[in-house]
Design a protein around this ligand. Sequence first.
Ligand code: PBG
Length: 328
Amino acid sequence: MFPLQRHRRLRQNESIRSLIRETHLSPTDFIVPLFVVEGKGVKDEIASMPNYYRFSLDLLVKEVRELWQLGLKSVLLFVKVDEKLKDNRGEEATNPNGLMQRAIKTVKDAVPEMLVMTDVALDPYSIYGHDGIVDQGKIVNDRTNSFLAQMALSHAQAGADFVAPSDMMDGRILEIRSVLEDAHFTDIGIMSYSAKFASAFYGPFRDALDSAPVDVKDIPKDKKTYQMDPANRSEALKETFTDIDEGADIVMVKPGLCYLDIVRDIANEVEVPVAVYQVSGEYAMIKAASEKGWLNHDAVMLEQLTAIKRAGASMIASYFAKDAAKLL
Ligand code: PBG
């Protein structure tokens, strides 16, 4: 007898393999996270993120032009805020002349067609390193929401196309949407970090922005009262449905690789695009192992990005966007 199905027929060479390939990566799949700092001529490598940098505004211009040339059409902005400007409620976050607001204008002036998304959360501005206002040892929900909505409005006024709330407060999408509508910013999109897990993979990012929760008495040392428990699956759907009901245009699962079951669950259930954030710790692991010569950098990178897309991601926020775009 011979095997009735010889599956290997469809794997004999690259021509047939590419013909039947189900998942394709393209530069247009990516959102490029960018870290911005004050100063001039600054291109600061982040210690735990080799070959990833914080840029001052002048060098940000060069960087976004290069991204555009590579076919990368959207960026997600994060700012490293001066320690002196931090407080408990993120007052600086709504400064019309703040670093974020200037960064938005800088990118739009350099490459007008570049889609500009902005991080909305208090942590880079918070003396406590929390995404919300801290009161008597608690991260308070509703008061935080009003600040987040004002922050989103200020980004819209500066020219952002999308705001991306990464804080995981309840009801913030509705509050942001209402404030944007009232101010007639009807075309500003919301990409909600809807299923964001309390993950240990965010470590390098917190180094990059110096935004980790502080180790001070009576201040929570982690984000577990607002970010999700990595053990939970159905809760991710609940979070996501809520954000869609409240007006999110794009929903997100974060981190990526460990949460691809969640990505598939959500992609099967919702009608809006699903973004995945391949986070800083995922980037750092591949960099470290390949520096040691233990893994093939490019092959592992493309394998992981392909797996994220195969799981159901319509787009991927990734520190590998530039590396991948060069190879594709
Ligand atoms: C904070 C925020 C975090 C990331 C994006 N926005 C870290 C956190 O929640 O502590 C993580 C991104 C990464 O690790 O790459 N609002």
